[in-house]
Design a protein around this ligand. Structure first.
Ligand SMILES: C[S@@+](CC[C@H](N)C(=O)[O-])C[C@H]1O[C@@H](n2cnc3c(N)ncnc32)[C@H](O)[C@@H]1O
Length: 182
């Protein structure tokens, strides 16, 4: 996926969404990735043929009210269609039901490299669910170092790192971890 934010597209291309996934993004910021996730869900073959309650949907969580307002404004049409919603909350207090999510995404949210926050988002996953944490930095070593911190936290709480992938993009280096509960 080319475009203005290749670090988002690099992750989304690997997810190959089917259009039915329940997705939560933590630290959605300005809502740029939100728009790409919604596009990927809605572009999946058969999306519109699914009953509304079986269609994939996206929830953006950010502790900043300002970021949530910006995200909701940027993605207002997707909110109106029911594909996207946004909530201002810290990851520890977010109104996400345990076991209700297929994919948790977070780009550039260093706090998720800590055990408590990582444990919280892993608890949201249903069977077969995945947490993807992507850390980027102009310096590949720094992106890798934050990912290594997340990996140590995963080890500490008994989570599984299914994959760790790195790429160097024109916008900087990205290292991403795919995690699941044990
Ligand atoms: C560096 S920005 C990254 C924004 C966007 N994901 C991106 O990659 O451009 C981090 C975002 O995560 C949010 N954030 C950080 N810690 C958080 C937490 N514990 N709970 C919810 N949001 C958090 C911040 O408010 C901020 O909007």
């Amino acid at each position: 996926m080319a475009g203005p934010a290749p670090r988002f597209g690099w992750v989304l291309d690997q997810l190959a969404l089917r259009g039915t996934e329940r997705i939560v993004e933590v630290g959605c910021g300005h809502g740029i990735a939100a728009g790409l996730v919604v596009d990927a869900l809605e572009a999946a073959p058969g999306f519109l043929d699914l009953p509304a309650d079986q269609r994939g949907r996206y929830l953006g969580v950010d502790r900043s009210e300002k970021m949530i307002a910006a995200s909701a404004t940027r993605n207002a049409a997707a909110v109106d269609r029911g594909t996207a919603a946004f909530v201002a909350a810290d990851v520890g207090d977010a109104p996400v039901e345990r076991g209700s999510v297929d994919v948790v995404l977070a780009w550039r949210v260093a706090g998720l490299a800590e055990p408590a926050a990582l444990g919280a988002v892993l608890s949201w996953l249903g069977p077969g669910g995945t947490v993807v944490l992507a850390f980027d930095d102009p310096d590949p070593a720094r992106a890798a170092a934050t990912a290594a911190r997340a990996r140590r936290s995963a080890d500490a709480i008994g989570a599984t790192v299914g994959a760790a992938r790195s790429v160097e993009l024109p916008t900087g280096a990205v290292t991403a971890l795919w995690l699941s509960p044990t």
